[in-house]
Design a protein around this ligand. Sequence first.
Ligand SMILES: Cc1ncc(COP(=O)(O)O)c(C=O)c1O
Length: 445
Amino acid sequence: MDPERAQSYAFVPRPGAVPLTIERAEGCYLFTPDGTRILDAAGGAVVVNIGHGRREVAEAVAAELERATYVVPVFATESRLELLERLRREWLPDGLDRVYLTSGGSESVDAAIRLARQHHVAAGRPERTKIIGRDLSYHGTTVTTLSAGGHPKRRAAFGPMLTDWPKAPACYCLRCPLGKRYPSCAVACADDVERIFEEEGPETVAAFIAEPVGGSTAGALDPPPEYWPRLAEICRAHGVLLIADEVMSGFGRTGKKFGVDHWGVVPDILVGGKGLAGGYAPLGGVFTSDEIVAPLAAAGEDLMFYTFGAHPAACAASNKVLEIMEREDLVRRAAEQGEALRKRLAPLEDHPHVAEIRGRGLLLGIELVKDRDTLEPFPPEANLTNKVVGAGFAEGVFFYPGGSGPAQDVIVLGPPFVIGDEEIDKIASALCTAIDSAVERASSA
Ligand SMILES: Cc1ncc(COP(=O)(O)O)c(C=O)c1O
């Protein structure tokens, strides 16, 4: 497509911006109309797990569209039932058998928050209204999910419209918000969640929400092993529902089925998106237990559906994507290739502008700074992250831009799980070159 024409179609086009046009995508690569090949080190927006362009998924979607184009979400279809059975049989943590499907991450977190609230109301606890989240987090872009999240840039324009729920400190050991050090801190940032519950009055708190491994906001923040078990303990002690937002970290991305599996925690509500259908269709999900839905059922209530939730074609896509993940043992591959990528990035650990490389499996974040001793960032106007992404394109690799607040400049890596060793080498060498070139430009500006 002519880029000028594409721009006129863009939603809220920025004057002068010419979008990159992708003609097709295959495996780990994107192709532009002139045949340029770009290695997708970001899996889109950390979505694509089985790789791009798998014909068998396209065929499953086409077959389902012929069979059942649109069916209101409260009815069963073959594809919905098959997906539900597969999720219960192969994927969901024990006890999280109740499934509510949406068309994406924000919708799912929004529904999880509604579910938590409806659960308490139906159980006779209408005073539980607050959703406690954390600084440096992202749970979606609806007004409610922005309120629960702590992404300064994405919240900026909406401040007065957001509900002012308190935020717990991020579990960000590199720049500990409490000025402590692990392990002597004894995960004081988790205990701070309890302090907030007590200050607010635990009986007013409906749910606590967090990403098991962080997303792009601060770049794959990966907590110490005691953190999630402690969160679960605190929530349980105060009757607060624990929501694990696994929109980015779920469905194998961190090398286990779900991030919480690294610590043996089963939340009250688990939210999935992105990897659930691997980018082949818009689909998200809220997964919970009989215990959480029981009060709603007893009160004769339901969680209102979204018109396009559980779309039959999306369910067919997801069912096939998950089947491929199982057949090809791709969760294990994400763990193995994540380690391989981490090893190949080792030389960057000593780079004068790399503060930290962190994350799990194939969800990694590289935080960049002006001075790695003081952790002073580059001036915001240097736009270092965007410069690295631009320089990455020149090397034929797409890196995902992240960072917000104190974690200003972060590059996120989230390639497809089918990534090969040669591509891992390419990501590592292109990232070194892109960082050097961006730093040079930022320093001479
Ligand atoms: C942890 C987390 N939650 C929610 C969302 C929102 O999902 P979506 O963009 O599909 O609405 C994202 C998106 O990046 C995410 O990473």
